[in-house]
Ligand binder design. Structure first.
Ligand code: T4K
Length: 384
């Protein structure tokens, strides 16, 4: 057993520590932008702030097109429909439910695929096994910002003539072998929800190097309008509003500071977690330029001495609002169960990881000292 670390403070926190505390990178700059929106009288419908946000996001990612939306879920729905997904689509179950809802919502059957337990991302070997004549596409999720097995997925998709879409909700600013996430597959989808690394209160985007696809997405996002009264495509209201773009732009200007702040939290957790038996930090390969948005640990019940769920109860009792992202696997959620009431797929790696993971508090409301105290609490839970 490791030596007990030096204790920095008591366990109980008077203010709750959250997993997804939003950042406002520069309040003054944001308020200037809000004033200019109010003065302009132009609040939504492809306004100048949204256009600037789209341009700056595209520049940052080195991608030809960025189509901003009202949230990440609608962006997924638009992306799936625009690339022509139908029938069956292979998707991981170990993700936020929106990845799968956006398929189900459009009458597409999600075929749940197991993950590689070492990366937490969709396992290409399993993908290949699940392809049928009804399969039209594969959805990969870069979970925690760690890129999927891109080469293998691209090879499978092109070999079988399938669309490949990535849910990149966690991966803004991250890279894969020198290419920014946002350039891969037919298109990639981001979330700019308040809890995300880059946020715009609510928001999302689809990025793609396919100009025709981008044009179609722009039409679909705005009721299919191609002019004042000409509708040439089925569509929805998926537009981002100006005030959201103002927040997104302001945060984008400070993105490097946001990464380094996140990296500091991650390193502080890494130092302390390493001292506690039975708990392992999900680590990042820095060559992929992680954004360190999520600090995730895996609990080995035998060695740690408590189950993940018991640890969650203990942390919550002390005002540390750690989250069981993502539990249960989506294949175990009621909308996706088979008519028999059982999960439609056997996914041992997903079940195992979903039972072990825990997301710890991060974000600029947290000080390094808080992180040490959270780790002390976890240590004392282990030590009994
Ligand atoms: N794909 C993936 C892989 C995703 O993770 C997500 C979203 C999507 C697609 C869909 O994108 P969006 O349509 O959401 O743009 C939260 C977020 O609502 C959701 O955006 C996110 N993933 C998911 C992982 O987390 P909840 O239900 O856990 O949120 P909630 O309200 O419990 O808040 C989480 C934590 O953040 C709490 O500790 C409280 C704190 N918080 C939250 C908000 C909203 C704050 O401190 N301030 C706030 O304003 O889903």
């Amino acid at each position: 057993m490791a030596d007990k670390p030096e204790v920095y403070g008591g366990g109980f926190f008077s203010e709750p520590l959250h997993v997804g505390r939003p950042t406002v990178a520069d309040r003054e700059r944001f308020l200037e932008r809000v004033n200019s929106i109010l003065d302009s009288g132009w609040f939504t419908n492809d306004g100048p702030m949204v256009r600037e946000f789209e341009e700056k996001v595209a520049d940052h990612l080195g991608v030809r097109n960025c189509v901003a939306t009202c949230n990440g879920t609608v962006a997924l729905e638009l992306a799936y429909r625009a690339v022509g997904l139908s029938g069956e689509v292979i998707v991981p179950s170990f993700t936020f439910v929106a990845t799968v809802h956006a398929l189900h919502w459009q009458g597409i059957t999600p075929v749940f695929c197991d993950i590689d337990p070492t990366t937490h991302n969709i396992d290409p070997v399993e993908v290949e096994r699940l392809i049928t004549e009804k399969t039209t596409g594969i959805v990969g999720v870069h979970l925690w910002g760690r890129p999927c097995a891109i080469d293998s997925l691209q090879e499978i998709a092109s070999h079988h003539g399938l669309q490949l879409v990535f849910d990149a909700a966690h991966a803004f600013g991250c890279s894969w072998n020198g290419t920014r996430i946002g350039n891969l597959g037919s298109c990639e989808v981001f979330s700019f929800h308040a809890t995300k690394f880059l946020h715009s209160f609510e928001g999302g985007a689809i990025t793609t190097n396919d100009d025709q696809l981008a044009e179609k997405l722009r039409l679909m996002r705005n009721f299919g309008f191609a002019g004042y009264d000409t509708v040439i495509h089925p569509g929805v209201n998926g537009k981002m509003v100006e005030i959201c773009a103002a927040m997104g732009l302001t945060n984008l200007e400070c993105i490097e500071q946001l990464v380094s702040a996140n990296r500091e939290y991650y390193l502080a957790y890494r130092e302390r977690i390493a001292e506690i038996p039975g708990i392992e930090l999900v680590t990042f390969d820095e060559s992929h330029k992680p954004n360190f948005q999520y600090v995730v640990v895996e609990i080995d019940r035998e060695t740690f001495g408590l189950s993940r769920d018991d640890l969650v109860d203990l942390l919550h009792a002390n005002n540390v609002l750690a989250r069981r992202y993502f539990f249960p696997g989506v294949h175990r959620m009621s909308p996706f169960l088979a008519p028999s009431g059982h999960p439609p797929s056997h996914l041992p790696a997903t079940d195992e990881i979903a039972d072990r993971v825990l997301s710890l508090p991060v974000g600029n409301a947290i000080r390094q000292d808080d992180i040490f105290r959270v780790c002390d609490l976890i240590y004392s839970a282990h030590a009994g």
